[in-house]
Design a protein around this ligand. Structure first.
Ligand code: FES
Length: 115
């Protein structure tokens, strides 16, 4: 359905193993990750521990290690791994014709626009 997915630009803008941030007007910043396996994931850019910027962490497999205290956060579920507890919202993505799309309603809810 047109409008359901928000076009955030070409796939090539995010090198494998890195992330880019995306501001959401009136809401939380989003981090969009490109894994070395070629997957894309979008999460609110706040570690569930003490809000470290996950976009600056190290990506390995489908996990990012937070740059502040090294919690490992699943890029698929947003959940802290191992003994650590916490979860950050994940926004569904899709890749089509070389462009990245975020699910608009989930994005707005995850970023809590206007809250
Ligand atoms: S803020 Fe991410 S591990 Fe502490």
């Amino acid at each position: 359905m047109i409008g359901e997915w928000l076009d955030i630009g070409p796939v090539g803008q995010i090198a494998p193993g890195t992330a880019r941030t995306m501001p959401v007007v009136g809401g939380e910043e989003i981090a969009v990750f490109h894994t070395l396996d070629g997957e894309f994931h979008a999460l609110v850019n706040k570690c569930p521990h003490k809000h470290g910027p996950l976009s600056e962490g190290i990506v390995h497999g489908s996990v990012v290690t937070c740059p502040l205290h090294s919690w490992n956060i699943s890029l698929k579920t947003g959940e802290a791994q191992g003994d650590d507890k916490g979860c950050v919202p994940v926004i569904p993505m899709r890749v089509e014709s070389g462009r990245l799309y975020l699910k608009r309603d989930v994005l707005l809810a995850a970023a809590k626009v206007g809250a």
